[in-house]
Design a protein. Structure first.
Ligand SMILES: Cc1cc2nc3c(=O)[nH]c(=O)nc-3n(C[C@H](O)[C@H](O)[C@H](O)COP(=O)(O)O)c2cc1C
Ligand code: SF4
Ligand code: SF4
Ligand code: SF4
Ligand code: FES
Lengths: 435, 784
């Protein structure tokens, strides 16, 4: 188990029970557990949705869509069963928050799924857990079992007359099944390949039924919102970016770790105050603000509020909250190669531009970094990425293309320094660490 | 559905709501390139070739998955769109081996076409291409991963189209690979649909690979000669030492009743034509042994003996056995030759369905027979008996496609849990041999229920099934040969509103043999042997006493009253289990491709051309009339048509009475090898001796077709449409009165997907598939 970090600027909403033994059901109950669901049971579905909408909660899985709004798309009447899915496939490099929730507070996820189910009129939920997080599946299984044993799940929950089943399901080790429609395929026992959209999951999802899918952190944020009210939550963050979020600070930092900070927290402050600055007082080179797929920011671009809209304005994305800090010992060509290696390995292979594009990017960058690069390679790398962007079947292709384009655009000089058989200027330097 | 209006590249167009953008573009002649999109298969959005710009959408959109909407404004040819396509082709070519010079698909490859059209002439890549060795998955299926562009067409046509699900995708990313169902090999129906649908040369066929380049072949559209479904097949032929070799069968142009469907037999089992065991020289029995002879000798001897026997003993002393695989024109000619020249009604063939009973039951009622196309569009289908997946592969395809694409309801009544039950909305498993009881029950006789209750078929479920059937309108009823005689009438008269019927026979022209009167008591068109029939008027005095059936001919031969037997393209000894020695006292002439059990006992054996080597028409089991066109050619053989005429001539008969040649349209006699060596040229000696030119040839099947159209009412179809290559439905309800026959004369062929009577025995492909099935698979050997 990872040790926990803390900082005075933290506001603990999702992480408030961390380190307090809340995997134990009684402990969870003692810490306000399963209060929100009982409150929600007394509300109408529409009221739950309105409340969550007004809280300004936006999806923590990456795209940042308003959660209450997403729930409102699910049709009230449906011939097929409706489903609520918790996306716990967390695999984006630099992102390591959902695992802490599963580890320290699994019941909060279950309770979030329950409230979402009530809101959309679903009687079945699935908690999908990343294949490599096997130990967390064990914790989740126990939590579900305990909840069933108390009658919180199953028939007639809390004596309300409402039936609700929740199951856990383990992945087989694929980043791509974090993509919502691929996750549904995987749950149905098929290869983890995304689906054509439209139709969208809210209308045709798992087994063809209307489906809500949310990130684990998103769902874990719901019970406190029900209890604390929409205004309280909304006011924690910036306009349209309600609440707090778990930022995963990694890379060249003195105090890496996961911190829960209000939305809109300043990135510079996050690096130098919360993360304790860069070891050895070295200079900052660049920051990946929201997981490996988000375009990199230069050292002079970090005076920015960490919320969805501000980062979009800065030409990047808040993504999944993975902040990777790179100091001046980092070779950006190598970092680009490392990033593309991941996407090449994780491309599901369904569509041409991503399958072939990531492979050629990897091959070209490998040779380039090894010293056999040519000037035209730099343009080719950009050309490849540019021709993937927006043309792939699912956003994984974009996730590979966007950072690559940013690397070439912002660090062209560094690419050029690798030309003419010159050895990598950073060869002996320490490698950045991604958690 | 309501029509929507949209604008594509400045052109306004309207299309029904729900239309895919790619199809809407097609309707105004705008081609949006595609690899993974394939009409009637599920959508993939995988290849990204069809990206187009739609106004108000930030990103390019795939035209193959986008449904049109009102007022949509689309650009399919902007710079952005062209660049997107170009980059897709670049990326595909990056890992593609570019072995076009040796690739089977070279010249008809969609990737080549795209590279040509959308330009990706120079490679931006330097590293080595990913490689994987070629694999053989079955005798007919080979897979070359580097050529594969992962369009998943093969996977879908096998699963969704064939309902076999033998192909899938393994691994992920660039390691993704199409994989067969049994680890290192395929166990499937070997239809080859995957190979033909492959846009590149990744899947190739054992029968065709590395044999030729597509432009070195001629392509001739004809009709399959195996089962009774009548698929249109395009044969690719190439010059060989002895004529024209057939090297490929497909129907990629989707013409014909089968769209792009063919089963293993239509696609690969043309190879019997090039069997080394083919007869290519006439044989005459001399000193007890069949020895090579010239055509002149053979015809002269046959003519002389037939004439003498007729004069000495009358026509009743001669028997004629026709074929279910010769053309309608040949069958008609044989029927006419027997009656007019030999003076006998001893005419029969191997019957596999009771068409005379169907003609009788539907007499005077037109519009109650279904075509193969109807099976694809009917709202509901009832299948009684038979296993179409094995015996009628096209029928099975039509049924599956209809259920899948149009939500037709299929009802299956069968003694076996046949594969088509998977598509069935209702399935009753009845006891073996209870098909006739099932018909009685469906016709309203509840007492028959006692014979049907069995396994999952309870009284209640059977009654419910019948209620459902009675509620359907526009039902197509296909029934197996177990339904014979009075049962056919019972079925036809059951209370199914607007039902149309199909009697399932077994051979390519079983229906044509029946329609053309290869019966001892029926003339062409199911006309009885009356003295004032149209035929008597046209042909002159004909024998009116019903003749002998095949088993009766054998008995008569044994008794010494049948002095001669003329067998055209049939093997009665094997099919009827006859004692070959029964005919030892008779003079026997056999026309065949091979030395069959029947040919072995003949006095004269004449080497025959098969249906791929001549022109004419076939009628499938539904009654769909289609052209047969000469594709292949083997030196030393003649068509049955020509041989019948030549024997008549050798008997001193005036051939113009037999074949009213020289007027109207002429058949394409198939100069498939070029100007000097066409079939007409090979007739020239005989024609010259008779003062005739090729266009006055009495070997012209169209001359007989004229007569068929004149005298057989159900064949009054559009000649123009037929000759243009379209199928024309003939309606047995418009034919003569038919007859009631001994049901025991119907002998099912019992061929399955990998067998095809005599033809199958000489097909290398079918044999190798069979052997492969029987051999244990390598992976299974290793597993224990
Ligand atoms: C390639 C890819 C991987 C993704 N991986 C995850 C993931 O691991 N966890 C997650 O919550 N969302 C992931 N997403 C986003 C989901 O598709 C989906 O938007 C999200 O689960 C919705 O939940 P939210 O609205 O609560 O963010 C991924 C998306 C893509 C395109
Ligand atoms: S972009 Fe295409 S290949 Fe890549 S993960 Fe998505 S669907 Fe698969
Ligand atoms: S083998 Fe052919 S049809 Fe199958 S996926 Fe590859 S290219 Fe497409
Ligand atoms: S289904 Fe029948 S007609 Fe069609 S290809 Fe197969 S054997 Fe020939
Ligand atoms: S044809 Fe549209 S994505 Fe392949």
């Amino acid at each position: 188990m990872a040790s926990l970090v803390s900082h005075p600027d933290e506001i603990r909403v999702v992480t408030k029970r961390f380190g307090q033994g809340a995997t134990d059901l009684d402990r969870y109950l003692a810490l306000d557990g399963y209060q929100a669901i009982q409150k929600a049971l007394a509300m109408t579905p529409d009221d739950i949705i309105t409340l969550v909408k007004n809280s300004g909660l936006r999806g923590r899985g990456g795209a940042g869509f308003n959660t209450g709004m997403k729930w409102s798309f699910v049709p009230k009447q449906s011939a097929k069963p409706k489903y609520v899915l918790c996306n716990g496939d967390e695999s984006e490099p630099g992102t390591c928050k959902d695992r802490l929730i599963f580890e320290h507070d699994p019941h909060s996820v279950i309770e979030g799924v329950m409230i979402a189910a009530l809101a959309v009129g679903s009687h079945t939920g699935y908690i999908y857990i990343r294949g490599e997080y096997r130990y967390l599946s064990v914790i989740m299984q126990r939590a579900l079992k305990d909840a069933y044993a108390r009658g919180f799940l199953g028939k007639n929950i809390f004596g309300s007359g409402y039936d609700l089943d929740i199951y856990w399901h383990g992945g087989a080790g694929a980043y791509e099944v974090g993509e919502e429609s691929a996750l549904m395929e995987s749950l149905e026992g098929k290869r983890g390949i995304p689906r054509i959209r439209p139709p969208f999951p809210a209308v045709v999802g798992l087994w063809g039924g209307p489906t809500v899918i949310n990130n684990a952190e998103t769902l874990a944020s719901v019970p406190p919102i029900i209890l604390g009210g929409p205004d309280w939550y909304a006011n924690l963050g910036t306009p349209k970016n309600g609440g707090t979020r778990m930022f995963c600070l990694s890379g060249h930092l003195n105090r890496p770790g996961v911190y829960e900070l209000p939305m809109g927290y300043n990135l510079k402050k996050m690096i130098y105050e919360v993360g304790g600055g860069i070891p050895g007082g070295r200079a900052l080179k660049a920051v990946v603000p929201g997981g490996s797929s988000t375009p990199i920011l230069l050292a002079d671009e970090i005076d920015v509020a960490m919320d969805f809209d501000s980062l979009a304005k800065a030409g990047s994305m808040l993504g999944s909250g993975g902040v990777v800090v790179l100091d001046d010992t980092t070779c950006m060509v190598k970092f680009a190669l490392r990033t593309i290696k991941f996407y090449q390995h994780e491309s599901c292979g369904w569509c041409i531009p991503c399958r072939e594009g990531t492979d050629w990017l990897k091959k070209t960058l490998t040779r380039f970094h090894a010293g056999a690069g040519m000037k035209k390679d730099i343009d080719n790398i950009y050309y490849l990425a540019e021709n993937m962007l927006g043309k792939t079947f699912c956003p994984l292709g974009d996730a590979a293309a966007m950072p690559t384009m940013a690397f070439v655009k912002k660090f062209r000089k560094e690419f050029e320094d690798h030309l003419d058989g010159k050895p990598c200027p950073f060869e002996k330097a320490a490698e950045p660490v991604m958690v | 559905m309501a029509d929507l209006t949209l604008t594509v590249d400045g052109k306004k167009l309207t299309a029904p709501a729900g239309t895919l953008l790619i199809e809407a573009c097609k309707s105004v002649g705008i081609e949006v390139p595609s690899f993974c999109y394939y009409p009637n298969l599920s959508l993939q959005g995988a290849c990204r070739m069809c990206l187009v710009k739609i106004e108000k959408m930030p990103k390019l959109q795939t035209a193959c998955t986008t449904v049109i909407s009102e007022g949509m404004v689309v650009a399919t040819d902007s710079d952005e769109v062209r660049q997107a396509r170009k980059s897709m082709v670049e990326l595909l070519l990056g890992n593609h081996p570019l072995d076009c010079p040796v690739c089977d698909a070279g010249g008809e490859c969609e990737l080549q076409d795209m590279a040509f059209s959308y330009g990706a002439a120079e490679s931006k890549f330097m590293e080595a291409k990913n490689h994987k060795d070629e694999q053989q998955w079955s005798p007919v299926v080979y897979f070359d991963r580097p050529r594969c562009i992962l369009c998943y067409r093969c996977v879908r046509v096998c699963g969704e189209g064939m309902d076999v699900w033998a192909l899938g995708v393994q691994n992920r990313g660039v390691s993704s690979v199409i994989a067969p169902n049994k680890q290192d090999h395929l166990e499937c129906e070997e239809c080859g649909m995957c190979i033909d649908i492959c846009p590149v040369g990744a899947l190739t066929s054992g029968a065709y690979r590395y044999k030729t380049r597509p432009w070195e072949m001629n392509h001739i559209g004809t009709t399959c000669t195996h089962c009774a479904d009548g698929c249109k097949t395009t044969l690719g032929v190439r010059r060989s030492d002895t004529g024209m070799e057939i090297v490929r069968g497909d129907n990629r142009d989707k013409s014909g009743i089968n769209n792009d469907f063919l089963c293993i037999k239509g696609r690969y089992a043309f190879d019997f034509a090039h069997s080394t065991e083919r007869l290519t020289q006439p044989l005459i029995r001399k000193d007890g042994k069949l020895s090579p002879a010239t055509w002149e000798e053979a015809f002269a001897l046959a003519g002389k003996n037939f004439a003498e026997i007729r004069t000495a003993h009358g026509g009743e002393a001669i028997g004629v056995v026709g074929s279910s695989r010769t053309t309608n024109e040949e069958n008609y000619l044989l029927s006419k030759f027997a009656r007019m020249v030999l003076g006998t009604n001893n005419v029969d063939h191997h019957r596999t369905a009771d068409f005379p009973a169907l003609a009788a039951a539907l007499r005077g009622k037109s519009g109650q027979t279904a075509s193969m196309r109807d099976v694809l569009s009917a709202p509901a289908i009832l299948l009684i008996g038979n296993n179409p997946t094995e015996q009628h592969p096209l029928l099975a395809w039509q049924i599956r496609s209809n259920v899948r694409l149009r939500r037709a309801k299929l009802y299956v009544v069968n003694s076996q849990p046949i594969k088509l039950r998977r598509q069935a909305a209702g399935f009753a498993q009845i006891p073996a041999g209870a098909e006739a009881h099932a018909v009685a029950f469906l016709a309203g006789d509840d007492a028959a229920l006692d014979h049907l209750v069995h396994q999952s078929a309870t009284r209640e479920s059977l009654l419910a099934l019948r209620d459902k059937l009675r509620a359907e309108t526009g039902l197509v009823v296909a029934f197996s040969s177990e339904i014979r005689g009075a049962d056919v009438a019972r079925l036809v008269h059951s209370k199914f509103a607007g039902a149309k019927f199909i009697a399932l026979a077994d051979y390519a022209n079983s229906r044509g043999a029946a329609d053309m009167g290869l019966y001892p008591d029926l003339l062409p068109g199911y006309e009885p042997l009356t003295t004032d029939s149209r035929f008597a008027q046209e042909w002159g005095t004909l024998p009116t006493v019903p003749g002998l059936t095949v088993p009766a001919m054998a008995a008569a031969a044994k008794a010494g009253t049948l002095k001669a037997l003329y067998v055209v393209g049939a093997n009665p000894v094997a099919r009827f289990g006859l004692d070959p020695f029964a005919f030892s006292g008779s003079f026997v002439v056999v026309q065949d491709m091979f030395l069959t059990e029947t040919a072995l006992m003949a006095d004269i054996v004449l080497p025959a051309a098969n249906a791929y080597e001549k022109s004419g028409t076939f009628t499938n089991t539904c009654g769909d009339l289609q052209l047969v066109k000469k594709a292949g050619e083997v030196a030393g053989v003649k068509s049955d048509f020509e041989m019948i005429v030549r024997i008549a001539d050798a008997m001193g008969f005036e051939v113009r009475k037999l074949v009213p040649f020289g007027g109207g349209t002429h058949a394409d006699m198939g100069q498939s090898r070029g100007a000097q060596s066409g079939e007409a040229d090979r007739h020239s000696v005989w024609l010259e001796a008779h003062g005739l030119e090729p266009r006055m040839s009495p070997f012209d099947p169209v001359a007989i077709f004229d007569e068929i159209q004149r005298l057989v009412p159900s064949y009054h179809v559009s000649r123009l449409d037929l000759l243009a290559g379209n199928d024309q439905h003939t309606d047995i309800g418009e034919a003569g009165p038919g007859a009631a026959h001994d049901p025991n004369l119907i002998i099912p062929a019992n061929d399955d997907l990998f067998s095809s009577g005599t033809l199958g025995r000489y097909s290398h492909t079918l044999n190798s598939v069979m052997e492969n099935k029987n051999a244990p698979a390598p992976s299974e050997v290793g597993a224990d």
